[in-house]
Design a protein around this ligand. Structure first.
Ligand SMILES: Cc1cc2nc3c(=O)[nH]c(=O)nc-3n(C[C@H](O)[C@H](O)[C@H](O)COP(=O)(O)O)c2cc1C
Length: 231
């Protein structure tokens, strides 16, 4: 088998292995180095204009996780009679998306990011700002705070996807979680997690660990011909 063929089968095996895990074996913890690799997959993910409009909260304190129980119906197990991901996952994360406060054209945060993270030379800043302003106002119509937060969320989903793939390559299970009530979760994050909820809003959660039982059903997917159109 050539190296390329071996890598292809490794990738496809990882995608076949991954499933939305409903309950993890709570006694098994992901080794720190492996979880750090999964976090690196997020940190190194691409984002529109390289603005990384996300923050990742890793929620390990059981008391903090418990605060989410009644407002995270997709993770508390009540829907499927399991113990849920919230209490059994080795690692539980919440992706926060930047709002218009930091991500609207003209925000001071953006200028700092371009200078300090992306190392833009001074003379390149006006050109970038012009293109970004056009992108938000007339190309993509991303102007309201909600639209900007949703755009940030789209970037966060790419990072979460990469985390789940990295995990699957390490034979670590995961579940993406959108089953929660945004408003009460935002309130809890502001009150109990020290999040500035004007600047950051919760968008999606993720649970990582080791499956307690085999997947309940085989993966179901539409045929490639229905999903992909070649022109
Ligand atoms: C953005 C997103 C949100 C999801 N939210 C939940 C959730 O709250 N709870 C849950 O158990 N599964 C959740 N899922 C898992 C999906 O139901 C699952 O990926 C889909 O049914 C396909 O099954 P598979 O991932 O096992 O192949 C979510 C998936 C995605 C991508």
């Amino acid at each position: 088998m050539s190296d390329q063929t071996a890598i292809q089968s490794q990738i496809l095996d990882a995608f076949a292995f991954r499933h939305a895990t409903k309950e993890f074996d709570a006694s098994r913890k992901i080794p720190e180095a492996e979880f750090n690799t999964i976090l690196e997959a997020a940190r190194l993910s691409p984002s529109s204009f390289g603005l990384e409009p996300w923050q990742i909260l890793v929620v390990q304190d059981p008391a903090k996780r418990a605060l989410l129980e009644d407002v995270a119906w997709g993770a508390n197990g009540r829907m499927n009679g399991s113990k849920g991901q919230l209490f059994t996952a080795s690692h539980f994360i919440i992706f926060l998306a930047h709002t218009g406060q930091t991500m609207s054209h003209g925000a001071a945060y953006l200028e700092r990011h371009l200078r300090e993270v992306k190392h833009f030379p001074e003379e390149a800043l006006p050109g970038f700002k012009g293109v970004f302003t056009q992108f938000q106002t007339s190309d993509f119509h991303i102007e309201t705070d909600r639209q900007i937060t949703d755009w940030s969320a789209r970037q966060a989903y790419i990072a979460l996807g990469n985390m789940m793939t990295a995990a699957a390559l390490l034979r670590i299970d995961s579940c993406p979680i959108e089953g929660f009530q945004i408003d009460p979760v935002t309130e809890i994050l502001g009150r109990d997690f020290g999040v500035d909820t004007e600047a950051l809003k919760p968008v999606v959660m993720g649970a990582f660990g080791y499956r307690a039982t085999p997947p309940r059903r085989p993966q179901t997917r539409r045929a490639a011909a229905d999903v992909i159109r070649w022109i």
